[in-house]
Ligand binder design. Structure first.
Ligand code: GAR
Length: 196
C-alpha cells in the first residue's frame, strides 16, 4: 500500500525527523504529506517546514473543534495513515472514528506495562527505573479510545544497565524508537503488517 502519512507531534519531533531521513535514504512507498502540531513553537513543525512538508498548527486554544480541523487537513492531503510522534493530546473521537485502525503511536516502554494516562516521556522512564526492571523498550501500537491500549504492532526490548538513570534510559530508547517507527511503517507499506 502507498502510505500517505499524516503526523501529529507536540514537541521535539526527533521521531518525525528519523522517519523523514529514512524515507530519503530508502526506496519506500511512504510519503509524509502533512504535519500537525498543537504547539505552534514546536521543533517538530520547524523540522517539517524546512523539509518542505505542509505544516499546520491546530490547538483547542484557537480552534473550537480540533477533531474537525484535523480531519479537514488530512482529507485535503488524502492521508491514509496517521502517526503520532510525541503527540501529547488525546485524539478526538471524530478522528478515531474516521481513521479507525489507521492511527499509530510510539510509546517508550514495553506495553501493556507502563502505559495509560500520565505515562509519557520521562514519567515512563522514571517509573521503569524505580521498579528496577531488567528491560524496557519501545512499542508501536494502534490507537483507540483508551490510552496505550490498542493492538500492538511491533515491539523491541532494550536492556537496562545497573547504572542507568531515567535520562540515560530515555536516550537509549529514543535511538531504538528512531529505527522501529520507520521499520514498522515500511512493513505496513509492504503489507507484512496488516492493520485489520
Ligand atoms: C518519544 O520518546 C515518544 O516515545 C514519547 O514522546 C517522545 C517524543 O520524542 N511518547 C510518549 O511518551 C507517548 N505516550 P520526539 O518528539 O523527539 O519524537
Amino acid at each position: 500500500m502507498k502510505i500517505r502519512l499524516g503526523v501529529l507531534a507536540s514537541h521535539g519531533g526527533s521521531n518525525l525527523q528519523a522517519i523523514i531521513d529514512q524515507i530519503k535514504k530508502e526506496n519506500v512507498n511512504i510519503e509524509i504529506v502533512a504535519v500537525i502540531s498543537n504547539n505552534s513553537g514546536s521543533f517538530a513543525l520547524k523540522r517539517a517546514k524546512s523539509e518542505g512538508i505542509n505544516v499546520y498548527h491546530i490547538s483547542s486554544k484557537t480552534t473550537f473543534d480540533v477533531g474537525e480541523q484535523i480531519i479537514k487537513v488530512f482529507r485535503q492531503h488524502q492521508v491514509n495513515l496517521i502517526a503520532l510522534a510525541g503527540y501529547m493530546k488525546k485524539i478526538p473521537d471524530s478522528v478515531l472514528k474516521k481513521y479507525s485502525n489507521r492511527i499509530l503511536n510510539i510509546h517508550p516502554a514495553l506495553l501493556p506495562k507502563y502505559g495509560g494516562e500520565g505515562m509519557y516521556g520521562m514519567n515512563v522512564h522514571e517509573a521503569v527505573i524505580n521498579a528496577k526492571e531488567e528491560y524496557s523498550g519501545v512499542t508501536i501500537h494502534l490507537v483507540n479510545s483508551k490510552y496505550d491500549e490498542g493492538r500492538i504492532l511491533n515491539q523491541q526490548k532494550v536492556p537496562i544497565a545497573k547504572d542507568d538513570s531515567a535520562s540515560t534510559l530515555a536516550e537509549k530508547i529514543l535511538l531504538v524508537e528512531h529505527k522501529l517507527y520507520f521499520a514498522t511503517l515500511k512493513l505496513i507499506s509492504e503489507e507484512k503488517i496488516m492493520l485489520q
